[in-house]
Design a protein around this ligand. Sequence first.
Ligand code: NAP
Length: 754
Amino acid sequence: MAVSQQDSKDASGIVESRLLIVGLGLIGGSLARALKAAGFKGEIVAWDRDADAIASGLEMGVIDAGGTELGPLVPGSSMILLAVPVLAMESVLRTLAPLIENQVVTDVGSTKLAIRAAAERVFGSVPANMVLGHPIAGSERSGVVASDSSLYRQHKVILTPQANTHPEALGRVKALWSACGAEVLEMTVERHDEVLARTSHLPHLLAFSLVDTLARQDDRLEIFRYAAGGFRDFTRIAGSDPVMWRDIFSANRDALLTALDDFESGIARMRRAIASGDEDALLATLDRASHARHYFDTLLNKTRYQTMESRNVRYRARPSGSVSGSIRVPGDKSISHRAIMLGALAEGVTQVQGFLEGEDSLATLQAFREMGVAIEGPQQGRVTIHGVGMQGLKQPAGPLYVGNAGTAMRLFAGLLAGQAFDTELTGDASLTKRPMARVADPLREMGAVIETAKDQRPPLVIRGGQRLKGIVYDMPMASAQVKSCLLLAGLYAEGETRVREPAPTRDHTERMLNGFGYPVQREGDTAWLEGGGRLIAGPIDVPSDISSATFFLVAAAITPGADLTLEHVGINPTRIGVINILKAMGADLELIDEREAGGEPVADIHIRYRPLTGIDIPEAQVPLAIDEFPALFIAAANAQGITRLRGAEELRVKESDRLQAMADGMSALGIKATLYEDGIDISGRDEDQEAEGPSYGGGHIDSLGDHRIAMSFAIASLRASDDIIIDDCANVATSFPGFVELARRVGLNLEEQT
Ligand code: NAP
């Protein structure tokens, strides 16, 4: 067959002059109606073995002509679409074979290997003009009478082109489905059948089987009478067409049997847990399933993961708040991320306590589950990771989604560069705008193969099976994420990987690697490790996150009468910039009961109000407080005199351009600030302002979806003269779940509105 290009496109963008639908049932009829609704100007004709179906199609206006003989319908058609049951495709193809001239042929069958094999038997090989496809849309009803013009709108259609498929034929089939409002994807025939076996064929089989099993029991009437919503939801699909499903189960036998084997072992595990009274194992399975369900819902609906909040969460903070009490803020985000990553690669079981159940770390956890790591929890901060060893990760079925987590994306890039398989890393809208060159370039120097979207932004496609070699890397800008990324890639590299930092950055990765028995050396400004070692599992007690504690430290530091204790806070020397800076500004702050937890230093922090003074922030402190600056700017706005920050250009490439976002927000409250490329000058309180009175006004702030900007302006309200309204606060859940409740507990007058 040779492709015949029709010369004119109609309003729907389709070039076909006449479409022949073979089999006028639900799927074929719905396509005809969708095309007509989309303004298709060509002719739609149909063949069906049943004259009544053709008569109904004509009567309903679904088709322009039709009949029960194929011979007269094929000539003059530009495209032929096969919409008969899967096992009927071969006989239809045999009838068509001598009639076809230059038409594009496509199909809608629910399995693809069997149809490709049928085409090979009929034609010798799959013709270049034949494009196999499958709309992922349908219903339990059948026949043209059940057809629906909106069936494919916002549904996926999978096309499975072959190496020899003519691009023009592919383009024309794509145009057809796109005009119906479908999203068209491509996949191999084999992958299609594997994926569909798990996502569609297995669940249908289970539903049919469950209903049949119950329907054979003596008390079946009773059972069905009392069957409630759960039974009806689960078994709805058992009402589907038996012939169609017999065909699908037979045609996709191998993939379906593999899916059934996996399912049976899962069921056997649950059975054992129930029989032996192993409630922990049972709960772990249910918990994993429930998390996975929410997670995938979010992905599919593109809504927030944990709380399903809309993006318009708004805070209203009133000025009358106070700050007192003793609280524990959630676990450290950086340590939670790394605990999952290293626990997954370790040999043995890692028990984690104090895990941050924020959206970012949950996305990391889910990503490892998708790479075959069994992880139980989280349950009240406890997670159990069954490590698979350095070489034990498996290729995930699709792209790994890390939500809003820049840290996760950069650390993953290093870790995945050394795997044997390809992966794709993607994130939410804000993350996909952030630059990845800083990690991609040095990883490429190590031998990694990484493809990025435009301007080196995500998604990142990381090609597996590369031989990485250690490098000596001089970081142009101090960044713990870049250092950690390279050290993680270094685990898989030949020889030593050395990273020199121009200023000290967080060393959680090094500490935790050492904790897992993997030696990381340090001398002066350089950290290095030798590739090819092993990680040994051990317990991890995650300290409270000093970045989250910061909002309350600043809240207490600026609020007259405040007296607050923050418990079990991580005081890693690479993170205590905020403590040093607040102390330099005159804050009344002391560390109590300094101790070690899991290789990390922790303490309780007691802070009371004392007036602050503006300072020139020492540049050496900048990398030690990089995430804390939005809150520290609020401290500066409440300090006497000017606070100057320089050497902080990294703030421009965080979740938002934090220098600009804070300057804009502060200006809305009447705070004076001058921006520089790498910093800011903030004018605090004048000497003549009333000692304990407000420092600035109220106003309306756009947090730009940046959690730290949102929380900083929430605490700013403690010294504002009027309400502060903050928009776009849903992302606070990424790092600080429960922020509003905790803020209210210490005395802030903060309300969340959706
Ligand atoms: P349908 O409504 O039952 O229509 C099937 C059509 O094929 C009818 O016109 C039927 O003719 C004809 N047919 C049945 N057996 C035949 C045979 N042995 N030889 C020739 N023609 C035969 O089914 P459908 O839902 O449209 O399904 C059509 C195709 O779409 C199948 O390959 C199915 O796997 C695929 N699909 C279905 C769904 C879904 O949810 N329904 C979703 C995606 C893809 P009669 O009028 O004489 O019965």
